[in-house]
Each structure stands twice: as structure tokens, then as C-alpha cells.
Design a protein around this ligand. Structure first.
Ligand code: ARG
Ligand code: ZN
Length: 844
């Protein structure tokens, strides 16, 4: 059953208040609800339907009189009065039997909830849609030491706790947690002087991994006050770490629930990247308090309204806390690695989709990351001041409402006087625009002509031109900047921009800061890229010039067996030797496009990508760099050395990032000797893991893997790394056998999403290993997806994405993948989630 944006109608009733009582029991929790309904005069009809799934209805009353509703698998209907009335129900649910991790479930003996998007209907009968907002009062009865819900604590006594949330909210923001938890406390005073109690709640034993998260929370609260003028609005803010969680974290009002991997951190057990991610996700969920909770979405088609904006805000936060250029480049790597394949394949959908079967399938890189890019473009187009003005207006005008993208764009139109009707296509049109460019120079005038094209995507055969903000600069042939960054508004199919007054033809630096999520096809030759790598003043385009040189030499190596382009390697060396550049930036410079990205480039150019040949080319390029840089590597290694106490800050992690890039080349020269030494002396996870990764790659990993397992078998998050890395870092022929062997390991708890993803996620992202010609990778993944679907459809559906690029490959691989997808689809009791994903991937 497909749901359409165009079919939206408001619910017939307002919910004036909600009172819930939970009598907790693992297999038979009782939920008693008292809900006050009043007619909604803006609705076309007072139709009364309450969502409800997997509920056992014990009793129901209207205004105190027992009623017998008509109940289906999806909810209930019942005759109701024409005016306001009180609905009461008692239902029984089975948290312990809930393996889908949606609604109320149990994780390691602790009760917790996940209600976004449509999980509340598994807790009680309710109009489970984001435009129905109400205040909630919650009573929890049970023996658990800690019992939490949204809002402020109201009463507590022997075996019960009561919470009241004064802010009207949709049911997807409801949360309940109960268990024998311990807290890491903290405090924050808001800008108007209100004291807020802060807590991070964890299982006993994890207390020592909360300090960093707590600091991140305080920084986020401060930043949102300073940059967006947003103050926290309750007396208490709780975060809970949960081991079994389908996603990263959830912004429930006043009670954020986190995947433990996204909040727990300590130097011994977490890498620098983990610390940065924890900081970013804590910020993200906290920022949702205004962009998501105070102002929420009218319906799930508007998901990007809160997610795109909140991702944009968390990336601004990270840029302010750490290095802005490094953050921007990392975001672009992520976008090209995850969102572009989605946008250019069978799962392509607009930032605001127009239909879905299962909304959980639309928590995508397109909605989140492209959604954030769209906001970045808007900010660039209107300027920082107008952006701030528009946001003030947004908070002012829409506080307490459930809104749409139309509301969002209207505040920008009203604040700036701009017509955004063409810009709105970024929300409705799927696919990545390709921009090609040509240039001319005559009589001192330099001209750039751009063309844009978006190829058809599922359901959208015709594409109209979009508004593409192109940040450009010009350099003269000596390498001096003659036109500083200038924003061009490119909004037609083809458009020419002229620049006057040049003595010689300048060199263009295009798409500075990655000013739009497009593919730029500039076929200007390697000399220009090498020139930009040496001279560009924009940190993004400079990095990207190196990236393009790497891509072109790799493509040559793959297609013609050419040797690596020494101009690229030497140009890169010059950059790496520049000690005025941030070590983290130089570490990024040392990276090359992923093998999957190379496969896409080859496919775009009409070749059938051969995963083994791509693997081989990447190996050869790294080997040649290592041999060429015998003099450079020790210098960089010395620079990467960190003295003093470990800190996950930008400065130290930059050095370690450079060190890791150096070690991976060094290992090609010494067979793993340096890695072994690093492994032996490592006193933090960043160094330990980069050493282990290189030992795995070098095939010298038996003792190290054993030692690592012995050291960490009691720490589930570290063991996820152990499981994943031995697949991710190994050579292609070992990928499937190792994955298979690890699924037989006693600690392979496949019902835990983190563990499942550690293993299967590592296999599917090892390009040459997963795409092994015999199809063993495809079969193994399909076997496990079929198994997991009965337990956890949401995570299963997500991992079907491994197959989304199948049409790139040769006929044999395509046939095998098609067979595996059909096999998944014909499984007994296939979930709606997986059915939708597989059908979209197959295109039938
Ligand atoms: N709103 C959460 C976050 O960004 C994601 C929750 C998604 N959960 C889901 N089941 N689809 O920040
Ligand atoms: Zn979010």
C-alpha cells in the first residue's frame, strides 16, 4: 500500500491531553491511556481512527462507558460522540518479544522505546501522526531503579515515577526508559539564567565513558544559544545509552535515546573518529529540540524539514568546534560515497519524497545529507545575514506547529523578498545534476559557459533546470588569485558568465567549498588540476584537484594498464611537505576515491567496471607512492608524533590521522614492522586500531587479532570493531571466507544491529571482496538478510542498499544479484520494509 503526499488531510480530532500509565512486565506490560479528544474544525470530517499494531486490547471506554471497537491489524474504529470526549483504553504488549526494536522493547534487561517514525502505535491506540500534538503525563510502575520519560519529573515513590511534559508534541517524540541504570550527572545554566539538570544514563560499568558526551552536550547547548539564539526549555535533559538500537540516536523530548556506540567514549576504547561522531550526534539530537520538536513536521514527507536542517546545524557546530575545511571535505566524501550512488541509482528519490510504502526506508542520505546541502545552498544564495533573519522568523512564526517545506521556504521569501519557486525543485526533483563547463578567452574577457543536465530517475522522466549556486574564483597563470570567490547563480540549462580585464587567460577554480551537490564534468586536462593542487586558495577545490588527479590516473591504470602519473604523485608530495598546512588536511590529501566511486566513474564513461582490476590499480598506486616517498614518510611520521596525554581534540587527532595515512604506506615497505611496533605500544584505540588494520592488510594479523580479542572480549563496542576490521582491512579473496567464519563466532550476536552491521556492513563495503566474481558475497549477504528479516525488518531493509549499484556490473554479476534479490523477495512473510526496497532496486 502506497501513501502519497498529495493525499494529506488533517486528522478529524485534536488531542487535548494524554495520560499514560505503564505497568511494566517483560512479556506482559499493561498500558493504560486516557486521552481527551475534541473535534478539529479544520478537518473535512470527524472520522475517528486510532493506529494500533501488535496490541492486545483489554478494555476501552468512552466517557466512562465501555465500548467495543472494530479492531484490525492496523488500528481501530469506534462510534464516538460529536463533541469532545474522553477515550480510555488498556492494552497489553510484549516488550521482551519485540525484536524489531520499534515501540517499547527490551535491551539487556532494560526497557526502552523508539517511536519515530510510527512506533508509538505499538505502545497504545493513538492517532500516530506528527501533526497531532499534545501534552503528555506519564506514570511508570515497576521495580526498576530508574524510570524516565519526557518532560519534567512530577512525582516519585515506591515502585512508581511520574513525568509531565508541558510542551505539546507528536507521539513519535514519546520515550520511556526503565532499568537499573547509573548516571553521569552534569549541569547547565541557560542564557536567561535557568538551571538545567543533565544526565547521561548507562549500564553499570559504562560510567567511565560518559565524560566526553557530557561536555559535548554542554557545548551544544551553549552553541545553540550563541549561534541560533535557542534556549533549552525544560528543567532536565536526559540521555540514555542503549545497546540494541536500529539507528544512531533519537531526539525524544527531554529524553534522548542513543545507540551506545554514539554516546559512550573513552580514549582506550574509542577512536578519534568515534569521539568526533559522538560529539556531532549529541549536538544533532540536542539541536532537534528546536528544529524537530518545538517545530515539527506536518507529515513524514516533510522529514527533511527537521533532518536536513538539523544535519546542517550539526555540521556548522562541528566546523566551529574543529577544522571547518576538514569537516567540509569529510562531508563531501560522505555525500559522494553514500548519497550520490543513491541519487543516481534505482533508489533515487527527491529530498522530499512524494510517496512511500514504509517511511523507515526514507531515513536516507538523500533526505539527511542532500537535505542539509540544500540548506547550505539557500544560505549561500541569500547570505549569512538574511539566513539568520529567516531563521528567526521561522522560530517565531512556527513555534509549536507541525510544518511543511512550503512554510520553510516562505520564511525565506518573506525575509528576503526572493522568489524561491525554482529553488524549490531541489526538494521535488531527484537525481544529481551534472554540470559541464567550457571556457573561452578573447580581448581580455574570460567566459565560462555551464550546462546542466539531470538524467531521468524512477518516476521522473523529465527534469527542469535547477538553481545552482556556483562559487568560483580565478587564478592567473602565476598562481595568484585574480578573482576572489564569487557566487554565480546558474539557473538555466545553459548559461554564460563573463569576466573582464585579464591580460592572460585565467585558470578557473570551480565549485569552491562544494557550493552545490552536483557532479562537475570539467575535462580540462591534468595540467590544470595539478596547477590548482599547487596554487588554489580554496581548501576544498584544492583538495578536490588532487582527488581528480588521483581518479584520472587510476582510471588510466585500470583501462590501459598505464603506470601511475608521476606528476600527480610529485604534486601531492609538494603539498604534503608544506608544514603550514593542517596535518588533517594533508591526511585527506593522501586519500584516493573509493573503489566503489571508481566503479561508478567507469560505468559513467561506458565501461563495465572490473572490481579486481580496480583493487589492483589502487594497490599499485599506493605501492608506487610508498616507494617514491621513502624520504618523505619518516618526516611525516615524525610530525605525526603526539606527546603528552591523549586528547581527542582537532589538533591531536589531526596528527594521528596523518600518522595513520603514513603507516599504511610504510607497511607496504616494511611488511608490517612499524605497525607491529605501534600495536605493541599503543595506549589508545586510534593507534591500536590503525596498527591492527595494517597488520591485517599485510597478512600478519594472527597474533594481533588474538591479542586484541583477549584484551577486549568484555567490551561490546570494541568487539564490533574487531569483527568489522578483519573483514574491512583484508584482501579481496579473504573477505567472504572471513565473514562466513565470523558468523560462526560465539560472540556473533546477529540480533544486535551493531554486531550485525559490523560484520555484514564490512563485507558489503569491501568493494572487491563483496563483488567477488563467483557471487559468494551476494549469496552470503542474501542468506543473512533473509534470516534477519523475521527479526528486524528495519535493519534488513537498510542493508539491502548493498545491491543498489547492481546495474553497473557485468551480465554475470547482474544475473547473480537479480537471482539473490528475487530469492529475498520470495521469502515467506517478507516484511513491507524489505519488499519495498527490493522491488525498487529491481525496478519491478
Ligand atoms: N530522528 C532520528 C535522528 O536523526 C532518527 C530516527 C530514525 N529512526 C527510524 N526508525 N527511522 O536523528
Ligand atoms: Zn535527526
Amino acid at each position: 500500500q502506497t501513501i502519497y503526499l498529495k493525499d494529506y488531510t488533517p486528522f478529524g480530532w485534536h488531542v487535548e491531553s494524554v495520560h499514560l500509565t505503564f505497568r511494566l512486565a517483560p512479556h506482559s506490560t499493561r498500558v493504560l491511556s486516557k486521552i481527551r479528544f475534541a473535534p478539529n474544525p479544520d478537518a473535512p470530517a470527524q472520522t475517528f481512527f486510532l493506529h494500533g499494531e501488535m496490541l492486545k486490547l483489554i478494555a476501552a471506554k468512552i466517557d466512562g462507558a465501555p465500548v467495543t471497537p472494530d479492531v484490525t491489524d492496523e488500528g481501530l474504529t469506534v462510534a464516538v460522540p460529536s463533541g469532545a470526549f474522553l477515550w480510555e483504553a488498556e492494552v497489553e504488549i510484549d516488550p521482551k518479544g519485540n525484536t524489531a526494536l520499534e515501540g517499547l522493547y527490551m535491551s539487556n534487561g532494560m526497557y526502552c522505546t523508539q517511536c519515530e517514525a510510527e512506533g508509538f502505535r505499538k505502545i497504545t491506540y493513538y492517532p500516530d501522526r506528527p501533526d497531532v500534538m499534545s501534552t503528555f503525563t506519564v506514570r511508570i510502575e515497576g521495580d526498576e531503579k530508574v524510570k524516565l520519560s519526557n518532560g519534567n519529573p512530577q512525582a516519585e515513590g515506591d515502585g512508581f515515577a511520574e513525568w509531565h511534559d508541558p510542551w505539546p508534541k507528536p507521539a513519535y517524540l514519546f520515550a520511556l526508559v526503565a532499568g537499573d541504570l547509573v548516571n553521569h550527572p552534569g549541569a547547565f545554566t541557560t542564557m536567561s539564567g535557568k538551571d538545567v539538570e543533565l544526565n547521561i544514563w548507562v549500564r553499570p560499568g559504562d560510567e567511565d565513558k560518559c565524560a566526553f558526551g557530557m561536555e559535548a552536550l554542554k557545548k551544544s547547548m551553549k552553541w545553540d544559544e550563541e549561534v541560533y539564539g535557542r534556549e533549552y526549555d525544560l528543567d532536565i535533559f536526559n540521555i540514555v545509552a542503549v545497546d540494541d538500537f536500529n539507528m544512531g540516536a533519537m531526539e525524544n523530548k527531554g529524553l534522548n535515546v542513543f545507540n551506545s556506540s554514539c554516546v559512550l567514549a573513552s580514549p582506550e576504547t574509542s577512536t578519534d573518529a568515534n569521539f568526533e561522531r559522538v560529539e556531532a550526534i549529541i549536538a544533532h539530537e540536542y539541536f532537534h529540540n528546536w528544529t524537530g520538536n518545538r517545530i515539527t513536521c506536518r507529515d513524514w514527507f516533510q522529514l527533511c524539514l527537521k533532518e536536513g536542517l538539523t544535519v546542517f546545524r550539526d555540521s556548522q557546530f562541528t566546523s566551529d568546534m574543529r577544522s571547518a575545511p576538514v569537516k567540509r571535505i569529510s562531508d563531501v566524501i560522505d555525500l559522494r560515497g553514500r548519497q550520490f550512488p543513491e541519487d543516481q541509482g534505482p533508489l533515487s528519490h527527491p529530498v522530499r519524497p512524494e510517496s512511500f510504502q514504509e517511511i523507515n526506508n526514507f531515513y536516507t542520505a538523500t533526505v539527511y545529507e542532500k537535505g542539509a546541502e540544500v540548506i547550505g545552498m539557500l544560505k549561500r544564495l541569500v547570505g549569512d545575514e538574511a539566513y539568520a533573519k529567516a531563521l528567526d522568523l521561522y522560530f517565531d512564526r512556527h513555534d509549536g506547529q507541525a510544518c511543511t517545506i512550503e512554510d520553510w521556504l516562505k520564511v525565506f521569501e518573506d525575509a528576503t523578498g526572493r522568489d524561491l519557486s525554482q529553488f524549490k525543485r531541489w526538494y521535488s526533483q531527484a537525481g544529481t545534476p551534472r554540470v559541464s563547463v567550457s571556457e573561452s578567452f578573447a580581448d581580455g574577457t574570460y567566459s565560462l559557459t555551464f550546462r546542466q543536465e539531470t538524467t531521468p530517475t524512477p518516476g521522473q522522466p523529465e527534469k527542469a533546470p535547477q538553481v545552482i549556486p556556483l562559487a568560483v574564483g580565478l587564478l592567473n597563470p602565476n598562481g595568484d588569485e585574480v578573482l576572489p570567490t564569487t557566487l554565480l547563480e546558474f539557473n538555466q540549462s545553459e548559461q554564460t558568465f563573463n569576466f573582464n580585464g585579464f591580460a592572460a587567460k585565467p585558470v578557473p577554480s570551480l565549485l569552491r567549498g562544494f557550493s552545490a551537490p552536483v557532479v562537475l564534468d570539467r575535462d580540462a586536462g591534468r595540467e590544470e588540476q595539478a596547477f590548482l593542487l599547487a596554487h588554489d586558495t580554496d581548501t576544498f577545490t584544492r583538495w578536490d584537484a588532487g582527488r581528480q588527479l588521483a581518479r584520472e590516473t587510476l582510471v588510466d591504470m585500470i583501462l590501459t594498464g598505464a603506470t601511475p602519473d608521476m606528476a600527480y604523485i610529485d604534486g601531492l608530495e609538494a603539498v604534503l611537505r608544506d608544514e603550514t598546512l593542517d596535518p588533517a588536511y594533508r591526511a585527506l590529501m593522501m586519500g584516493t576515491p573509493s573503489q566503489s566511486e571508481l566503479a561508478q566513474v567507469l560505468a559513467d564513461r561506458g565501461h563495465v567496471p572490473d572490481p579486481d582490476a580496480i583493487w589492483q590499480a589502487a594497490e599499485t598506486l599506493a605501492q608506487v607512492k610508498a616507494e617514491r616517498w621513502t624520504d618523505l614518510l619518516p618526516r611525516l611520521a615524525a610530525e605525526a608524533e603526539v606527546t603528552g596525554t591523549y586528547s581527542p581534540d582537532a589538533e591531536q587527532s589531526a596528527r594521528r590521522a596523518l600518522g595513520a595515512a603514513v603507516l599504511s604506506l610504510q607497511t607496504r615497505l616494511d611488511g608490517g614492522a612499524a605497525a607491529e611496533a605501534q600495536f605493541a605500544r599503543a595506549d589508545n584505540m586510534t593507534l591500536q586500531l590503525s596498527a591492527l588494520s595494517n597488520l591485517i592488510r599485510a597478512g600478519r594479523d594472527e597474533a594481533a587479532l588474538k591479542a586484541f580479542e583477549d584484551q577486549w572480549r568484555g567490551d561490546r563496542l570494541v568487539m564490533d570493531k574487531w569483527f568489522g576490521l578483519q573483514i574491512a582491512a583484508t584482501t579481496p579473496e579473504k573477505v567472504v571466507p572471513r565473514t562466513e567464519a565470523l558468523t560462526a563466532h560465539p560472540a556473533f550476536d546477529w540480533k544486535n544491529p551493531n554486531r550485525f552491521r559490523a560484520v555484514m556492513g564490512a563485507m558489503m563495503t569491501h568493494h572487491a571482496g563483496f563483488h567477488s566474481a563467483d557471487g559468494a558475497g551476494y549469496r552470503l549477504l542474501a542468506d543473512w538478510l533473509i534470516r534477519l528479516d523475521d527479526v528486524n525488518p528495519q535493519t534488513t531493509a537498510r542493508m539491502c542498499q548493498a545491491f543498489q549499484t547492481w546495474r553497473r556490473y557485468d551480465a554475470g554479476r547482474q544475473e547473480t544479484i537479480r537471482t539473490e534479490l528475487e530469492r529475498i523477495r520470495s521469502k515467506q512473510k517478507l516484511s513491507r520494509d524489505v519488499d519495498e526496497m527490493v522491488s525498487r532496486i529491481l525496478g519491478t
